[in-house]
Write a protein that binds this ligand. Structure first.
Ligand SMILES: [Zn+2]
Length: 75
């Protein structure tokens, strides 16, 4: 038995500075205020959205070509 910490995964948000264009990401736990300062000190950042961390396999996510109705009833 080991150390098991039941912490929820912290979401990773990506920000982009509007001044220097630097991109950085910030781990934020629930309740943390959103980042509003660039690592260089600029206070004009905005969150970059549209980059999901999980990749779904498009059309092959749920394959149902397992011979449905092809008469394979031999158990
Ligand atoms: Zn900056």
């Amino acid at each position: 038995m080991g150390v098991f910490s039941a912490q929820p995964p912290m979401p990773l948000y990506e920000y982009e500075c509007q001044v220097c264009g630097r991109r950085f990401d910030r781990l934020q736990s629930f309740g943390d205020p959103p980042a509003d300062t660039c690592p260089a000190g600029h206070r004009a950042v905005r969150r970059v959205v549209g980059q999901p961390a999980v990749h779904f396999k498009g059309k092959g996510f749920y394959v149902t070509d397992n011979g449905r109705g092809s008469g394979s009833g031999s158990r």
